[in-house]
Design a protein around this ligand. Structure first.
Ligand code: SF4
Length: 499
């Protein structure tokens, strides 16, 4: 096996898990490692943030060479240092079998050394960023670059489009990184030694989620539907606690263990099949009015695009709305933003018009309420109408969570998980877009880089988005129908338009 070279991203992956690093190095074409649309969009947004960060350092020199041209990059960096560049972007160094490219290497005044700046598209400085900086500082130290200060430069939560406040904040992390430095070389050595051997045997644990979910979860974690990780609302920490105590299956949970009612219902359903609590009928009574069903899709950009928005703020860009016509049929209204212009005023107007006849408007989770509150701020001319709409909202999710459990929910009450077990004729499997994150990326692509997408593809993606959002509201219609059946004894009010 040839000796491997590490890098900043490999080091960070190896700090999370040696097995993850082994796969990254020895199986780079693994399907789990291929960036999907959402990850690719993250990379693209990161690149956009990096370019804007560079504009803050006039006179800086970019080492603009292919990433694998390591020797040339190192040489160009040395030349920029020798030429007196005030800042070097992607400054490249190799030492300890490790290649690093520093986002911004800033010359301190008076020849006092260098400031190493790591640029992040996150809107706060996080613990995990320290490792990135530490491995760079370690390599630069071995290359005799006098790093006197270290920073993480990240997006500011206080910035508002188009130009209110500073887009970036800079956090000095010198002291924290210095504490980490002695551990970098031993870890690099351990990683290199591990890479020279066979796939290491690393048990699953909390590290599979921290600092981010590992792409190899499906390979490593048991897939059984009764594994403890499928317990409702268990979370990584509690899951680990169970596993440390030897509780690997939901059926192994000791009878005296404190659990939420939904988790208890899950355990019962795994023994007995579908569970429906007797209170379901009463819980559904507030839905016995003329109902509409509303769902949003949003955009979420690192560099905010619409007036008044902050980095990574979610903004409604699409809605689907179903409402009964009173004769068993349903009317459907939909909206999807077009072009880069702020779509929220028109979206709000269309939504208010569409929902005006409903007594209550059903959502699934509090997501729509949060977006409507956001619209009250961003479209102040319609604030009163949007507040009225907010007052009509009624959330179906807590009713389901508190009264129904089907063993095939697998511990989740997400619409995607509960729909088919309860409404078998309805799935998302015939759709091209099946998740909100992909929808968000596709909407942003249509709105902001449409000119790069062929016209036919634009029309197709638009239709895929409309189909996806429509399915969400239709799923709510059918889910409520099914819940009423399960509740038993429900009869529509004679004057009721719905169902
Ligand atoms: S799933 Fe966990 S154990 Fe498996 S490679 Fe990822 S982090 Fe390591």
């Amino acid at each position: 096996m040839t000796a491997q070279r590490l890098s900043k991203s490999r080091f960070v992956a190896g700090k999370q898990c040696h097995k993850l690093l082994w796969w990254k190095v020895h199986e780079p074409l693994a399907v789990e490692l291929q960036p999907d649309k959402v990850l690719q969009d993250r990379f693209d947004q990161g690149a956009q943030v990096g370019a804007l960060a560079r504009e803050r350092f006039p006179g800086g020199v970019l080492i603009d060479l292919p990433h694998d041209a390591v020797a040339e990059r190192v040489e160009a960096t040395r030349a920029a240092i020798d030429a007196g560049a005030p800042a070097i972007f992607e400054a490249s160094f190799v030492a300890d079998n490790t290649f690093v490219a520093v986002d911004v290497l800033l010359r301190e005044p008076g020849g006092a050394g260098w400031r190493l700046i790591e640029v992040k598209s996150a809107s706060s400085q996080k613990e995990e960023h320290l490792l990135d900086v530490a491995v760079q500082a370690h390599v630069l130290g071995l290359c005799d670059v006098n790093v006197v200060a270290m920073e993480v430069m990240h997006l500011s939560k206080d910035f508002r489009n188009p130009d209110r406040g500073e887009l970036f904040e800079r956090a000095d992390v010198t002291a924290q990184v210095r504490e980490l430095l002695p551990s970098v070389h031993p870890e690099l050595e351990a990683q290199l030694a591990m890479l020279g051997g066979a796939l290491p045997d690393v048990p699953v644990g909390l590290h599979c989620h921290e600092p981010r979910d590992c792409p190899f979860m499906e390979r490593c974690w048991p897939q059984e539907p009764d594994h403890i990780r499928r317990l409702y609302n268990v979370g990584p920490k509690k899951c680990r606690e169970y596993m440390v105590k030897g509780v690997h299956r939901i059926g192994d949970i000791p009878p005296k263990q404190k659990l939420s009612d939904a988790a208890k219902r899950q355990i019962r359903a795994m023994r007995e099949g579908l569970v429906v609590e007797p209170g379901l009928r009463e819980a559904l009574e507030p839905f016995d009015v003329t109902l509409g069903f509303l769902d949003f899709e949003t955009i979420q950009r690192a560099i905010p695009v619409w007036p008044g928005t902050a980095p990574w703020e979610q903004s409604a860009a699409q809605f689907s709305y179903h409402e009964s016509n009173g004769d068993g049929a349903y009317g459907h209204v939909e909206f999807l933003a077009e072009g880069a212009e702020d779509a929220r005023p028109l979206l709000a107007e269309r939504m208010i018009e569409a929902t005006s006849g409903a007594e209550r408007v059903v959502t699934y989770s509090a997501f729509e309420k949060t977006r409507i509150r956001g619209l009250q701020v961003s479209v102040p001319s319609l604030r009163a109408e949007l507040e009225e709409l907010e007052g009509k909202l009624i959330d179906l999710l807590p009713v389901l969570r508190d009264h129904v459990y089907h063993p095939e929910f697998h511990g989740s009450f997400s619409l995607k998980f509960v729909l088919t077990p309860l409404v078998p004729e309805l799935t998302y499997s015939d759709l091209v877009i099946v998740d909100g994150l992909v929808a968000s990326v596709e909407i942003a692509r249509l709105l902001f880089v449409a000119q790069k997408i062929p016209i036919e593809e634009r029309a197709r993606v638009r239709q895929d988005l409309l189909n996806y959002c429509e399915r969400d509201t239709w799923a709510m219609v059918k889910l409520l129908e099914r819940m009423r059946q399960l509740a038993g004894g429900w009869r529509p009010r004679p004057d009721l338009k719905l169902i």
